[in-house]
Design a protein around this ligand. Structure first.
Ligand code: KG4
Ligand code: ZN
Length: 342
């Protein structure tokens, strides 16, 4: 018999998304971003995000159903992000999912957004538990040992900003477009990472915790001192700052990953594996560094394709499918949770 057909709904930050999965087949995946709506404000405005989700989410679901060529009645379950995230958006998704589940008489499954990211390598690479996950996005940065769909051990993480946030702030300081990750990476490609040496915080400290908030101050200071010296910022200066910044993030993440791998390997997993997820996992320089590290330490390395690294609903449908297979379902009391650590 066919694996269950799952509808996934995601609306925890600034992407409205719906996807339909059967097993590992992504039959449809619709993502409607909101960058244009928030651009003028220099960050995601929760009230605007909530309103946009409420207006677009039903349309995303309808589009996904049409792309998959399916009738609603064919669905076996409805999975929805129930947190963590901006409460207005999460509520929009949860209410839509409850309405669909009640109206169609189908099971409802609440999914943790972070679990969605963390389980993605099982959708793309069929990884076995337990594997080591580096979840690295605009809002999150943590190492997890993933033991099961609901079984995660946090090994360490950022004590302040997430790396994606640091990329976005660096872009803002240098006048590059948002989101900062792709634009800073593109600039860095033309830069010399050795010209400016930015701090590698907490590298001298034991454990897997990280800090990225100091980097933006260092970038700001470097920019201002160049402007004071030269009366402006040259194109090459900007590229060199981006390259130096990206190298600092890469070095911190790589060294802390080395330590997280040691913790994970102490468990003697059958086939040691590491995976990355979250928007920053799209960064090629970081991916290459982690690929090399894993090869050196004897782990396989998985990185999902870009569209499944950033926020999407296929990962939510997949996490929902894993819970559904365990017999987990929720009822109309399912709560939207702004905070929900794994
Ligand atoms: O996972 P995601 O879509 O949303 C959450 O934060 O949950 O990640 C978005 C973040 C943004 O901060 C963006 O700048 C960053 O991922 N990002 C990148 C790259 N592409 C996206 N950071 C570094 N390099 C990239 N190529
Ligand atoms: Zn995310």
């Amino acid at each position: 018999s066919l694996p269950p057909l799952i509808l996934g709904i995601e609306s925890s930050c600034d992407d409205s998304a719906a996807a339909i999965l059967r097993g590992r087949d992504i039959l449809a995946s619709v993502v409607k971003g909101q960058n244009a709506l928030h651009e003028a404000y220099g960050g995601v405005v929760p009230e605007i995000a909530a309103r946009a989700h409420a207006e677009r989410l039903d349309y995303c679901v309808e589009q996904a159903m049409q792309q998959a060529g399916l009738e609603y009645d064919a669905l076996d379950a409805i999975a929805v992000t129930a947190g963590p995230g901006l409460i207005g958006g999460v509520l929009s998704g949860v209410m839509l999912a409850k309405g669909l589940a009640a109206g169609l008489g189908k099971p409802l499954i609440g999914v943790n957004h972070l679990a969605g990211h963390a389980l993605t390598p099982r959708l793309t690479d069929n990884l076995d538990f337990p594997y080591l996950m580096l979840l690295v996005s605009g809002g999150h940065c943590q190492f997890l040992i993933v033991r099961g769909p609901e079984d995660f051990t946090r090994v360490g993480g950022t004590i302040d900003d997430a790396p994606g946030e640091a990329f976005d702030k660096t872009a803002r300081i240098l006048g590059l477009p948002q989101p900062g990750g792709p634009s800073v990476e593109a600039e860095a490609g033309n830069g010399d990472e050795k010209r400016f040496r930015f701090p590698r915080p907490l590298l001298d400290r034991e454990g897997c915790d990280m800090s990225f908030s100091g980097l933006k101050t260092a970038i700001l200071r470097q920019r201002d001192s160049l402007i004071a010296e030269q009366g402006g910022l040259h194109i090459q200066d900007r590229a060199d700052i981006c390259a130096g910044f990206q190298a600092a993030v890469r070095d911190v993440l790589t060294e802390k990953t080395r330590r997280a791998i040691s913790v994970y390997l102490d468990e003697a997993p059958g086939t040691p594996a590491m995976a990355v997820a979250g928007g920053v996992a799209a960064n090629t320089v970081l991916r290459n560094a982690l690929t090399g590290l894993c090869a050196e330490m004897g782990l396989s390395f998985s990185a999902p394709p870009l569209a499944l690294c950033t926020d999407n609903a296929a990962m939510i449908a997949h996490a929902g499918a894993e819970l559904f297979a365990m017999g987990i379902e929720h009822d109309m009391t399912l709560a939207a949770r702004p905070r929900w650590p794994l």
